[in-house]
Design a protein around this ligand. Sequence first.
Ligand SMILES: NC(=O)c1ccc[n+]([C@@H]2O[C@H](COP(=O)([O-])OP(=O)(O)OC[C@H]3O[C@@H](n4cnc5c(N)ncnc54)[C@H](OP(=O)(O)O)[C@@H]3O)[C@@H](O)[C@H]2O)c1
Length: 341
Amino acid sequence: MSDITKQFTAINPADVPSKVLRSGDKLPTVGLGTFGSDRFTHDEVAAAVKDAIRLGYRHIDCAAVYGNEKQIGQAIKEVIDEGVCTREELFITGKVWNDRHREVEKACQESLDDLQLSYLDMYLIHWPFPNYHAPGCDGDARNPDSKPFSVDEFMDTWKQCEALVDAGKVRNIGTSNMTIAKFEKTLPLMKILPAVNEMEMHPCFQQQELFDYCMKKQIQPIGFMPIGSPTRPERDIAEGDAVDIQTPEIQAIAKARGVHPAVICIKWAIKNGQVTIPFSVHPAEYLSNLQSSFTDPLTDEEFASIKNCECGSRLVKGQVFLWEGAKHWKDLWDEDGVIAQ
Ligand SMILES: NC(=O)c1ccc[n+]([C@@H]2O[C@H](COP(=O)([O-])OP(=O)(O)OC[C@H]3O[C@@H](n4cnc5c(N)ncnc54)[C@H](OP(=O)(O)O)[C@@H]3O)[C@@H](O)[C@H]2O)c1
């Protein structure tokens, strides 16, 4: 018995509800986020992955740009060697970073090697354009090579993702940070449709229209920053950003139930029909997040009251991906239904 399972009671993964994807694969509704930013070392994140799997997590949200796939790969190997679970029982997501859109197979193979896996369960295009910025760069930094969204370039990247499915290296493919306008232009051109869209979603930024669109198209929404990333670094906080866990609605429900407001955010995501990928390296926190997927769901009244938290507070604005001549970070999000050029 590992130390962590002496301190905490593990959850039976069978108790965690799943969503069935268009491929028939099952995606557990709570996964562990792995972006440690500069707050946690790669080893700390990998240790969390290892203990989270020992405590019942089966879905891990990775990305090459997080810089920690080597450490996470070792963690996954160790839990499989220990007999905690088999490879097939895990759902591992990877993402191609913006500077690798012209060499997706190579990028994917590097992730597979780092993660010590022969296939990924899901591979996402992390952002729908190849605009690159150095990890950790200042929010006002601009890369002169950045360009507006191009249907042709995106479809070239998508076709490379489709080829990975055909080659058996990836079981499902999906998008991240897409908009309805970009889907409208690209879905008709795809051979394999996206299984998921990973998108920012939390009580203060519910993205109802995009969420409904994805559901209608059988694209399962995965919500990132489900707690509103309350302790993200200063440089990622803009004036006017809402703090989900401090809203009166979330606080009132948390107080009445005697739980942390973060737990209410997770329960909202689950009742809303999302898959959610909260991050934490603290076992009590990530265990309570997993538990929230199947215990004490929000009542209809509680769920309805959280509708009032919506205030359009997008936290990942993406301004570092803007091209010369772009006016505002809103140009990335096609809010008027037109792809900005
Ligand atoms: N596709 C994309 O473009 C994209 C973009 C952003 C994020 N993501 C993914 O989404 C994941 C989650 O985003 P995120 O980490 O920024 O934000 P988040 O999950 O909303 O917030 C994480 C923070 O919330 C706190 N927390 C978590 N569970 C808690 C609990 N039960 N009780 C109290 N506090 C709790 C922790 O703070 P402390 O550490 O202070 O305890 C943790 O650092 C990332 O790790 C990444 O995998 C994807």
